[in-house]
Design a protein. Structure first.
Length: 431
């Protein structure tokens, strides 16, 4: 079955709300978010953290909904959407960055599962390495089959993951002396509100800005994609980070594998981690395959994914599941990805007046848009330079403003003049 990695998804291949949302929610249901919640609980009060979770996920829901509407209207993957703002060759830059970030998440989660096996069976470092390699290879099997198989896995595993997360939180609260004792826990007060919101944004700013397009291009209506984004981020991601925070406050440690085993939840730990990591990592690898298919059009998606699985196996040996590596990645993503998102959103909603042309396989684009790259770098600079408000929002708004200003001033058109049937759109952009 085709997954339309180089063309728009046709209307007769679109799917219903639950089929799309099950994949997206299964993707969002990530234990790294629980780890982040547990880690943040060590540095601030639970009340402040819960407000940070709400604010961060509200912002993520808005961003993902705007990006998903673009994907729904066009049927294009994120990599194809980037061609309209970055050019045919320039789009390969965010696409390759996107693939490497997805690879990073894939490696972290596969290594986490291998770590679980090693802790339970008390394996030596050598056999722990083998367990992580095996995880990297086997988790990619469902991604090779595409959206249909991932939908099935998501529908089956999501209820199980929800119940196990609730059970884990309740058991942790019980062992931690009851809710009053856990709620009173205030950490070491080493993290402020803005930093916590930034970490919450880091958990899914990448997926909300990019990967969500690869799933929601299969949707049948804009209402479905908005409802799916709200379900996945405002509800599910808030739930996951919140559960992690509660469990971390009750146990006062961040390593979820150690926490689950310390609570005596050995079998639930295996079930939770298996279903959770399998659904998310399948989606990660699937999205990498789609993206790199646009970068290397002569290589099949399956071949690309097999190569990524092998590379991930090697990278897992560096134990990327440790909390320091996770926090570093979250902070980096919170300023690198938003400028890219701002450029794509302002290009579609403002410069193209909410309508990209169809049949992208027949369009001729300019090779590179240097102004898009400049705006992206400028957005990162804004986030680093201004210590006011939220860094992610500053980066996104800064890049969008600079890109729109330059594009309007220069009247640069990313479609070549041989696309005669697009003259109306070109005039709209010049207006």
């Amino acid at each position: 079955m085709s997954d339309y990695e180089r063309t728009a998804v046709p209307r007769d291949a679109r799917r219903g709300f639950w089929q799309i949302t099950s994949v997206w929610v299964g993707y969002v249901f990530i234990l790294v978010s629980m780890m982040a919640g547990a880690g943040m609980a060590a540095g601030m009060s639970l009340e402040t953290l819960f407000w940070a979770i709400l604010v961060g996920n509200l912002f993520l829901t808005v961003v993902s909904s705007l990006m998903s509407i673009i994907a729904y209207k066009t049927g294009y993957t994120f990599a194809l959407i980037c061609r309209f703002s970055f050019g045919s060759l320039g789009a390969k830059i965010p696409a390759i960055m996107y693939a490497f970030i997805q690879l990073g998440w894939y490696v972290i989660q596969a290594a986490l599962f291998g770590h679980l096996i090693a802790v339970y069976f008390e394996l030596s470092p050598f056999f722990e390495a083998l367990a992580m390699i095996a995880s990297c290879l086997f988790m990619g099997l469902f991604a090779l089959k595409g959206m249909r198989w991932m939908s099935v896995v998501g529908l089956v595993s999501i209820p199980t993951m929800i119940m196990l997360c609730l059970a884990t939180a309740m058991r942790a609260v019980q062992d931690g002396g009851g809710w009053a004792a856990v709620a009173a826990f205030s950490g070491e007060e080493t993290m402020d509100f803005m930093t916590a919101v930034g970490l919450v944004l880091g958990t899914w700013i990448f997926g909300a800005s990019t990967t969500v397009a690869d799933f929601n291009r299969f949707a049948r209506s804009s209402k479905h994609v908005v409802a799916g984004c709200a379900t996945g981020l405002l509800i599910v991601n808030s739930f996951i980070i919140g559960v992690g925070a509660i469990v971390g406050a009750a146990s006062q440690q961040w390593d979820l594998v150690e926490i689950l085993f310390g609570l005596g939840l050995v079998i639930p730990a295996f079930v939770l981690l298996t279903t959770n990591l399998w659904t998310t990592n399948s989606a990660n690898l699937y999205s990498v395959g789609l993206t790199l298919s646009s970068v290397f059009p002569k290589t099949s998606r399956q071949t690309i994914m097999i190569g990524i699985m092998i590379l991930a196996s090697v990278l897992s040996l560096f134990k990327p599941y440790e909390i320091g590596a996770v926090f570093a990645m979250l902070k980096g993503l919170s300023i690198i990805v938003p400028p890219l998102t701002g450029i794509v959103l302002i290009d579609f909603y403002f410069l193209w007046n909410r309508q990209y042309p169809g049949h992208i396989e027949n369009l001729s684009f300019k090779t590179v848009n240097p102004y898009a790259i400049l705006a992206w770098l400028a957005g990162i600079g804004v986030a680093i330079s201004f210590d006011i408000g939220f860094a992610s929002l500053n980066a996104m708004a800064g890049a969008a403003f600079i890109y729109a200003l330059i594009m309007k001033a220069t009247h640069l058109q990313m479609l070549n003049t041989d696309n005669e049937h697009l003259a109306g759109h070109q005039k709209t952009q010049e207006a």
